[in-house]
Ligand binder design. Sequence first.
Ligand SMILES: [Zn+2]
Length: 233
Amino acid sequence: MKLDILALGAHPDDVELSCGGTLIKQIDEGFSVGIIDFTTGDLGTRGTSEIRLEEARLAGDYMGLRVRENLGFKDGFFKNDDAHKLELIKKIRKYQPDIVLTNAPSDRHPDHGRASQLTIDACFLSGLEKIQTSQKVWRPKNIFHYIQFNNLTPDFVVDISDVIDKKIEVIKKYKSQFYDPNSKETETVISSKDFLDSIKYRAKDLGRQTFCDYAEGFISHQLPKINFISDIK
Ligand SMILES: [Zn+2]
């Protein structure tokens, strides 16, 4: 099955937190979108592999994803080595995405930067015919990094004003991870009310700088091209 957009994340919820609004908009426009998570995030303080897989499934269904997979890589310890690259090459060739979204180039969680470099390497290698997987070779046209914990400066933003409420609803599907006043689990940096609020106020601030209500920012792996300078709003 060919996908228009494939979003990759080191942990379930990385994608939704960082670029859920952008994906919701593309899905609403009829684009085929999938998410592949590298790990189940089982080293996280809250939740278990089973709970997090179920939350990811619920979030994906709510967004209208065509595909959601988990590669079962080892949380905290997966490597950017031959075996991991090959696993990812197989998925890139399977889904033939034109656009790949990946983690921030560097971030608070070391898995994020490593996942990002693994993605970039696999996307390039996937286009080499001498790497044989009995599939057609495929190289995505564009790779964009979404921005997650650290406030990196984006190269461009996507206006998500119309879908900000749905994005927050999607994030709340990850009940084990984020703010829940009734939870008895250990409080973490991301389970505080402040963290959930910060998702919205970052989007609000990017919107303020670009004259819309809410926006999500991206860093482009390649030089982005537009047809007309007037395409920038
Ligand atoms: Zn993560």
